[in-house]
Design a protein around this ligand. Structure first.
Ligand code: GLC
Length: 447
């Protein structure tokens, strides 16, 4: 009898997360379009754009929920044009987009029959997610949605056990809004979760006796009675959007890992798909008046360094309260796109390697071609790369011009005259006698 119950219990949860199975090949195929796209636009936009001090303004300045909510009455973005966003992404050479459908402040840019705190039921009277999805799809972009399960308006997020019912209401909202997003907007290619992990509950802390709050030690997750019931969310998203790729910030099996911020660039990893997300403007993801923006060189080099580590790169803009992306940012995006128009062959559809990143720069490959991205010549005109078990049959510079390449038992020696070196990225194309994918990643030699 005990055995029978155990067997039954083992069967029941199968209706959820575990019921989605795929082979390694199916998994690769599901990720292929996202991976080949390589470069995307992240958009953080909501009522926090009005104060213009970033998307964390409510928390950072401890603005009372009711007072913050009044921003929704002023949110009537006169210059919102989803097609302009898509045009900016296209001009940047981006192939996918991700929009914050709802950030931690709880304000939804889409219709939710169960909540009044949405752009549809407040001053704008508009479903911005619908406009965005339509424009992105029409523009040939992969469509991504960002969603934050946590919501600062719910005391239950901070004290899930003390306010258990309230935390459960937050969970109901999460499941309900997910259903809306998964069923009302056609095909969704990417879901970017943020703040949906067990670890984030109680804001990553715990309350200890004496009413003292302390940061939960690393590796220790929240142990209370509340559960996000993410297995239900996962079952739902696989049911309605079987092809969607998701990141790992909501305790569901991740398709790709999020690395956040310039400093999180990290190591080469061709095993687990990952994406570096970072901002074009310094200091915040949402609109911040007067924030400095990355130079063209830094933007391009970060893109290249990411792709050379076998990651995707998603660059964020925070449109102004009127809906427009600030013109200097649009301009920078266009400059990045101009660079990609000439050099995109070394980025799109490539994989990182086989030469691992080093002081010289990085490498990417596609088919029988290796693209060596030399980001730093160290004032020399020569670069020595390690030996590879393949023959270089042709060598050239992607931008045109001379590259002398000789393959000896020491390795591959590349010489490019200073006049052909490019301060941002000198891309040397090595054509092999076989597919570059056959070559195992190889560490650079000291030059
Ligand atoms: C961080 C920020 C958040 C932003 C996210 C994007 O978690 O706190 O505001 O949305 O990064 O990855």
């Amino acid at each position: 009898m005990a055995l029978a119950i155990a067997t039954l219990a083992a069967w029941l949860p199968l209706a959820s997360a575990q019921s989605f199975t795929e082979t390694a090949e199916q998994h690769q195929a599901r990720l292929a379009a996202w991976r080949e796209a390589r470069f995307g636009l992240f958009i953080h936009w909501g009522i926090y754009a009005i104060p213009g001090r970033g998307e964390w303004v409510q928390w950072n300045e401890q603005i009372p929920v009711e007072e913050y909510a009044k921003l929704a009455d002023q949110f009537k973005p006169a210059n919102f044009d989803a097609n302009a966003w898509v045009a900016a992404a296209k001009a940047a050479g981006m192939k996918y987009m991700v929009l914050t459908t709802r950030h931690h402040d709880g304000f939804a840019l889409f219709d939710d029959p169960g909540s009044d705190f949405t752009s549809v039921k407040t001053a704008a009277h508009r479903d911005f997610v619908a406009d965005y999805v339509k424009a992105a799809r029409a523009g040939g972009m992969l469509v991504g949605l960002y969603y934050s399960p946590l919501d600062w308006r719910f005391p239950g997020f901070f004290f899930p056990d003390l306010y258990l019912k309230n935390a459960e209401a937050m969970r109901d909202q999460y499941h309900r809004q997910m259903r809306e997003l998964l069923t009302n907007y056609g095909k969704v290619d990417i879901l970017f979760f943020d703040g949906g992990e067990n670890n984030w509950l109680q804001f990553g802390g715990r309350w200890v006796s004496g009413a003292r709050w302390e940061k939960r030690p690393a590796g220790q997750s929240y142990q209370g009675h509340f559960s996000w019931q993410t297995d239900k969310v996962y079952a739902m998203l696989r049911e309605f959007q079987p092809g969607v790729v998701i990141n790992g910030r909501a305790d569901m099996p991740e398709d790709f890992h999020s690395r956040e911020g310039d400093r999180a660039l990290g190591d080469f990893d061709a095993e687990h798909p990952w994406e570096l997300c970072t901002t074009l403007a310094a200091g915040a993801w949402g609109w911040k008046e007067g924030a400095a923006i990355k130079t063209l060189r830094d933007s391009v080099q970060l893109l290249v360094k990411t792709v050379g580590r076998d990651g995707n790169f998603i660059l964020n803009v925070g449109p102004r309260p009127d809906g427009q992306i600030d013109p200097p940012q649009v301009q920078r995006l266009k400059e990045i796109g101009d660079w990609l128009a000439k050099n995109g062959a070394s980025v799109y559809g490539t994989r990182g390697g086989p030469f691992l990143p080093g002081v010289y720069g990085v490498s990417t490959y596609r088919g029988q071609k290796i693209f060596v991205h030399v980001l730093d010549w160290k004032s020399a005109s020569k670069l020595l790369l390690p030996t590879i078990p393949a023959k270089v049959v042709r060598a050239s510079l992607l931008a045109g011009g001379e590259a002398m390449v000789s393959q000896t038992e020491r390795g591959i020696e590349i010489a490019v005259p200073a006049s052909n070196q490019n301060d941002t990225d000198t891309i040397v194309v090595l054509e092999l006698d076989q597919p570059a994918s056959r070559i195992k990643p190889v560490a650079p030699v000291a030059n």
